[in-house]
Design a protein. Structure first.
Length: 306
């Protein structure tokens, strides 16, 4: 067996590997799959874009699903929390928020995968959500992602120092600033020019910081996928994570108004729900699923969200 090449982690991969490692080391994950019939929803979604000729203004299925999940979180606010837990003292505290800030992984114009914090998505209309997502993509084109992520990394390190995690801070600084694994950031005139770009025109650490939950649209990455995500990580201190899977045709038993059953080809879009079992039990997500049941049974409601 011959070694072909070595590929050292860049700062993006370092952050992901560090956060996911912490996730699996500290969080007892429990997952549930919710499989709604979206056949009628997809038909209604087409009405949202009737007469729209501006591609950037078109409301996507991804945006509709983000909005639906936000509506579910409003019905189950315990799922939109952060957990502070001390295992040694067996002390825990859940922090509730009035905003729904979605950490949303997206593929940037450079091809890099980055998790962007879409702030206050719970109060936005579908059109406002579309504008917010497009604005993040626009600003990403003007952004040096190494700089943005290094800002976030340094902020996390400083927060760790405040919490007394001195050794951790020293190790992180050593790992990012020495040898082959050194993180390459801007310097000199290039750095000066970059930071002269207004913050309204580029991403900052405010756009990368932790949201209140994470929603990944796996279906948008590979629409032909047959199946669903069985397990996904929760990024602490969040207590939930969601994966929206690809829509798939399946044979489904449909009951008519007279109680007769028939098998039909229907469109199903599985949603994977991961919960931190220290903070939530299955019963805590029932209000979320009931709210989604209501929406998928009456999909015309999405027209009022435009």
């Amino acid at each position: 067996m011959a070694l072909v090449k070595e590929e050292h982690f860049g700062i993006a991969r370092k952050i992901v590997s560090n956060m996911t490692s912490e996730s699996w080391e500290t969080i007892p994950h429990a997952t549930v799959t919710y499989e709604p019939d979206v056949t009628e929803l997809f038909k209604v979604c087409k009405k949202l874009n009737e007469g729209c000729t501006d591609k950037s203004k078109k409301i996507t299925i991804n945006t509709v699903m983000l909005k639906i999940i936000c509506e579910g979180l409003k019905a189950a606010p315990k799922m939109n929390t952060h957990l502070v837990f001390n295992r040694k003292l067996v002390r825990g505290c859940l922090k509730y928020f009035d905003n729904i800030d979605i950490s949303m992984p997206m593929v940037l114009p450079s091809g890099e995968m980055m998790t962007i914090n879409m702030h206050d998505m719970g109060t936005k209309t579908l059109s406002q959500m579309t504008d917010a997502i497009n604005d993040s993509i626009r600003r990403a084109k003007n952004s040096d992602m190494n700089e943005v992520m290094f800002e976030v990394s340094m902020d996390n390190t400083l927060q760790g120092l405040k919490q007394g995690k001195i050794l951790q801070a020293i190790r992180r600084l050593y790992g990012s600033k020495t040898g082959k694994h050194k993180v390459k950031t801007l310097s000199g005139q290039a750095k000066k020019e970059y930071y002269s770009i207004p913050t309204t025109e580029r991403l900052t650490k405010h756009d990368i910081e932790q949201g209140t939950t994470t929603i990944s649209n796996l279906g948008s990455i590979y629409r032909e996928h047959k199946g669903l995500c069985a397990l996904l990580e929760i990024i602490p201190p969040q207590t939930t994570a969601f994966a929206v899977n690809a829509a798939q045709k399946r044979p489904i038993v449909v009951t008519d108004e007279n109680g007769n059953d028939t098998v039909e080809s229907r469109l199903i879009m599985p949603i994977t729900i991961a919960i931190d079992h220290r903070a939530l039990d299955y019963g805590d997500i029932v209000p979320f699923m009931r709210r989604l049941d209501e929406i998928f049974a009456n999909p015309e409601i999405i027209l009022s969200w435009k």
